[in-house]
Design a protein. Structure first.
Length: 128
């Protein structure tokens, strides 16, 4: 089960860091097929700061969680839960502010929920 958790955290880490770097490098969003109109109701003029937020709030915590899981850090499962909750919070805020739903957001929410459930199971807590 821990292997599955490491796999899920790795996917989240790689995806979020890659997308964040692309958004910071190409803030117009064209490389990812994003239109600046998506940011109409937000305080952002381009995707550069969005990429920075993604890097700091989602990518970095997932990278730390991945390191903790690999190194068997005592609080490894807590940190993977925190990183998943941060991801879910970012997606919910994105839905509220951008008012735009993309199918991958539902997949990411499911992955984050799986990370929380598996982490709790590995901590020895009952899921229900």
């Amino acid at each position: 089960m821990k292997t599955v958790l490491i796999f899920l955290v790795t996917i989240m880490m790689v995806l979020s860091l890659t997308v964040a770097i692309i958004l910071m490098s190409f803030p117009d969003g064209n490389l990812m097929g994003l239109n600046l109109k998506l940011l109409y109701n937000t305080p952002f003029k381009d995707f550069q700061f969005v990429g920075l937020i993604l890097f700091v709030i989602v990518g970095f915590p997932n990278a730390i969680a991945w390191i903790f899981l690999i190194k068997n850090y005592p609080k490894q499962y807590n940190f993977s839960i925190y990183s998943a909750l941060l991801l879910m919070s970012c997606i919910i805020l994105l839905l509220i502010y951008a008012n735009h739903f993309v199918f991958i957001q539902s997949i990411l929410i499911v992955v984050a929920i799986l990370i929380v459930l598996i982490s709790n199971q590995l901590k020895g807590k009952n899921l229900i």
